[in-house]
Ligand binder design. Sequence first.
Ligand SMILES: [Zn+2]
Length: 238
Amino acid sequence: MNREGRDMETEQLYVDDSYLREFDATVVRAGPRLVVLDRTAFYPEGGGQPTDHGTLEAGGEKHSVVKVMRRGPQIFHYLDGDIPDGAAVHGVIDWERRHGFMRLHSGEHLLTGLFEAADSGPKVFSSFSQLDFKPSPLDEETVQGVRRRFDEIVDMDIPIRIFYTDREELDVGDDERKQSFLEKMPPDVERLRMVEIGDYALTFCMGTHVKRTGEIGRLKGITLEPKKKRRKIVYFEL
Ligand SMILES: [Zn+2]
């Protein structure tokens, strides 16, 4: 493990190109079954998106990447074997897995935006199959309205745009979830990466997304948890 490698920030290739499936990099820090690279296309677990899987090849030997985690400025790749410090590696992302996550994650953005526009109350939890709002006046009619709108926007196949904005210019209103995200963000992060789906969804996010709504695909199902009073839970399948 060299001294420089200990602190070197990993360049995150997936931020500018979510569709990058293969890349070349150099090991800047190595441990038992673990490497840090100077650059990576592997997305680390976080922001509701699970870890990427794939392979790293070094010296003619291929190793499985079983987990990817962010630790401070670096991204740790956990492997099924050892790769020495300084080695040149070729990384390949398990694309089927990643693209599935990109679809689900982008779909979650769109659904959230549509529910927010339908005055469903603040979102307090979300995953690839569930959105929770509290307090919320959400009813079945609104859920079905959102479903129709979602499928229409998928059929319209509109672009999903990524751009950057100054942190100071961002207004998240009274959304406590977004407020707490911003508070937890290190003060030196001055520019925020925004994800915009037409007029329907806009939020800051570092995750990986598909390029157009058509790629998300229509909803296979959506249901409202009937027993809850204040906290409304929506289950969905894409
Ligand atoms: Zn996102």
